[in-house]
Design a protein around this ligand. Structure first.
Ligand SMILES: C[S@@+](CC[C@H](N)C(=O)[O-])C[C@H]1O[C@@H](n2cnc3c(N)ncnc32)[C@H](O)[C@@H]1O
Length: 229
C-alpha cells in the first residue's frame, strides 16, 4: 500500500504509515494508493486496466428506490441500530438518513480513517463510529439496540452483478471474519427486535438457522428475533 499526501496531510500520513506497518494492511500490495489531499481521502486501486477510484461520498445514494428495503427490514421508526460491519458506511449512512439512530463498528483502521473524514467533512450527526471488533463490543456493551445489522463480506457469489468496485476493494483490504456465528449469537442477546444478517441469495449457507428471512432478487436477509424484551 502506498500513501500519497500533500503538505497539509503530512502528519496524518506518518500516523497512517505506522498503523499500516503494525497491522495486516502491511501485506497489501503497492497497487493500492491512499491519497490524502486537502480534506479528501480516496483510494486508487491500480489492480485493473482502468484504475478505480474509491471514496466515501454517499450523498448520491440517498432517495434511491432500492433503499426502501431498509424500511421493510427495520419497520420501527426512529429506532436504534447497531451496524456491526461498517465497511464504507454506505448502509449506515442510508439508515441514518432514514431517521434511525445508528452506531457503526469497523475493525479496519483505513476504513475508520475514511469514514471519520466523511463524518467530519459533512458535519453528520446521529451516526456514531467505533473502531474495533464487533464481537468484543457486543461482549462489553451494556446497551441494548432495537436492531442489529450485519453485512459480512460475501464469500461465494454466483452472480457478478453483486460485486461492485467498492466490494472488490473491501475484499482486497479486509480480513474475512471467522467467528461470524458467534457475533450473531451475541447480537441476538443485545437486541430487542431483530438481528438482520445480509447474505448473497445463492451463496453457500454459512450462518445459524434464522427465524425467517426477507429476500430480494439477489439478496437474502436472515432475520433472528432479538432476545431482549
Ligand atoms: C461487506 S463490508 C460492509 C459494507 C457496508 N455494509 C457498507 O455499506 O459499506 C464488511 C465490513 O465488515 C468489517 N468487519 C467484518 N467483521 C468485523 C468485525 N468482527 N468487527 C468489525 N468489523 C468487521 C470488514 O472489515 C468490512 O469492512
Amino acid at each position: 500500500m502506498k500513501i500519497l499526501a500533500d503538505s497539509l496531510n503530512k502528519e496524518k500520513a506518518i500516523l497512517l504509515q505506522e498503523i499500516i506497518k503494525n497491522s495486516y494492511l502491511k501485506t497489501i500490495d503497492d497497487k493500492i494508493h491512499i491519497n490524502l489531499k486537502k480534506n479528501e481521502i480516496y483510494i486508487i486501486n491500480n489492480n485493473y486496466k482502468v484504475p478505480s477510484i474509491i471514496s466515501i461520498n454517499h450523498n448520491k445514494i440517498l432517495g434511491k428506490k432500492n433503499n426502501s428495503i431498509f424500511l421493510k427490514l427495520f419497520p420501527k421508526k426512529n429506532s436504534t441500530i447497531l451496524d456491526c460491519t461498517a465497511g464504507l458506511a454506505r448502509d449506515g449512512y442510508i439508515l441514518k438518513s432514514l431517521g434511525f439512530n445508528v452506531t457503526m463498528i469497523e475493525k479496519n483502521p483505513l476504513l475508520i480513517l475514511m469514514i471519520r473524514n466523511f463524518i467530519k467533512k459533512n458535519l453528520i450527526s446521529n451516526l456514531t463510529l467505533y473502531h474495533g471488533n464487533s464481537y468484543d463490543f457486543l461482549c462489553q456493551t451494556k446497551k441494548i439496540y432495537d436492531y442489529v445489522y450485519i453485512d459480512f463480506m460475501f464469500n461465494k457469489i454466483k452472480t457478478k452483478s453483486l460485486s461492485s468496485k467498492n466490494d472488490e476493494f473491501l475484499k482486497t483490504i479486509c480480513n474475512d471474519e471467522n467467528n461470524k456465528n458467534m457475533i450473531i449469537s451475541k447480537a441476538i442477546k443485545k437486541c430487542k427486535l431483530r438481528v438482520v444478517v445480509k447474505e448473497a441469495k445463492y451463496s453457500k449457507n454459512e450462518f445459524l438457522k434464522p427465524d425467517y428471512d426477507i429476500s430480494t432478487k439477489l439478496i437474502k436477509y436472515n432475520i433472528y428475533n432479538g432476545s431482549c424484551k
